[in-house]
Design a protein around this ligand. Structure first.
Ligand code: FES
Length: 122
């Protein structure tokens, strides 16, 4: 078995991910790195934020509901039908800012965005 050794020089490394700010349900701010290949939900969950994601990211549970800046939501384009139908049934739905984070794909252009976690459904 051969071990692949990767030389890693931290001082010279360039961050491959995207820095995002997240406001959790208690109003606390977190700064995370969102890596290419992750959905926004995965970035939140893998950084220890309480996203249940019980459907595994298939736009079927709405536990990954977040609010984004209204201009950003416009820029991201129309929600797919499954996402739209599910998110508009949530109590906190806001047509201008709501997204299911499992349906938001990584994009370097999203560096620096702020993500607010929606309240849990009762
Ligand atoms: S993880 Fe279930 S809807 Fe996003």
């Amino acid at each position: 078995m051969t071990a692949t050794s990767t030389m890693h020089h931290a001082a010279a490394s360039v961050t491959a991910g995207t820095r995002i700010h997240v406001i959790d349900r208690d109003g606390r701010e977190h700064h995370l790195e969102w890596l290419p290949g992750q959905s926004l939900m995965e970035a939140l969950r893998d950084n220890g934020l309480p996203v249940l994601a019980s459907c595994g990211g298939r736009a079927a549970c709405a536990t990954c509901h977040v609010f984004l800046d209204a201009n950003l939501v416009k820029q991201l384009g129309t929600r797919h039908q499954d996402e739209q139908e599910l998110v508009e049934e949530t109590q906190a739905y806001d047509p201008e800012t709501s997204r299911l984070s499992c349906q938001v794909h990584h994009d370097l252009a999203l560096d620096g965005i702020t993500v607010r976690m929606a309240p849990e459904e009762e």
